[in-house]
Design a protein around this ligand. Structure first.
Ligand code: GDP
Length: 198
């Protein structure tokens, strides 16, 4: 997919105030520092689109970007706190939960995972929650340039293997990316394009 246009539309914490356009939507989410802003900017080839809302604390907002005038890329707040909580609902901000429960335009989520890490409770719980709510998602492994090819493959395989042991019968769809090298860009964009053209 060629990115012909990428524009910031709106930021908010209220899903009812998200854009009304009935165009396909893809949401990017992950723990803080996983490389989400870098990945979004790499995908759309804009230096700082993921920061252009220009408001302090924008990482705690639902940020809508319209791409090629035909689909929304949504930058969701980073999750994951030291805070111990029994329910997933209180662990993930209420408005994130509401976003996933209510947003009819959402086609798929992308859950970002640092390729160097082994499965962390908060990520696994979040993916489980998505699964229970019937929300399709793929994993995007980030920062692949930090490892050698053999280690990337091993880590990703171990991660998916562990997920299937703990929670899933089948490993989720996944991508391996690096915002530094641009690896995985075509894979993610072609995936989105193919769904949009279906
Ligand atoms: P966010 O908090 O998830 O939006 O993460 P950022 O995109 O701000 O990235 C967090 C840190 O990781 C920054 O220091 C980035 O420079 C670094 N980073 C992000 N993506 C990559 C990557 O693909 N490769 C490398 N080497 N560093 C990355």
């Amino acid at each position: 997919m060629d990115i012909k246009s990428a524009e910031f539309v709106i930021s908010n914490t209220n899903v009812d105030k998200c854009p009304k356009d009935l165009i396909p939507e893809y949401a990017f989410i992950g723990r803080s520092n996983v490389g989400k802003s870098s990945l979004i900017n790499m995908l759309v080839q804009r230096k700082s689109l993921a920061k252009t809302s220009g408001k302090p604390g924008k990482t705690q907002l639902i940020n809508h970007f319209k791409i090629n005038n035909s689909w929304f890329l949504v930058d969701l707040p980073g999750y994951g706190y030291a805070k111990v909580s029994k329910s997933v609902k209180s662990k993930f901000q209420k408005f994130i939960v509401e976003y996933f429960e209510k947003r009819k335009q959402l086609v798929s989520a992308f859950v970002l995972i640092d390729v160097r890490h082994s499965p962390q409770k908060v990520d696994v719980e979040f993916m489980q929650w998505l699964g229970e709510h019937g929300i399709p998602f793929s994993i995007i492994f980030t920062k692949a340039d930090k490892l050698k090819p053999g280690a990337i493959k091993r880590n990703a395989e171990n991660y998916l293997q562990k997920l299937t042991e703990d929670a899933w019968e089948e490993a989720p769809n996944h991508f391996i990316t690096s915002s530094s090298s641009g690896a995985g860009r075509d894979d993610v964009l072609n995936y989105i394009e193919n769904i949009n053209n279906e």
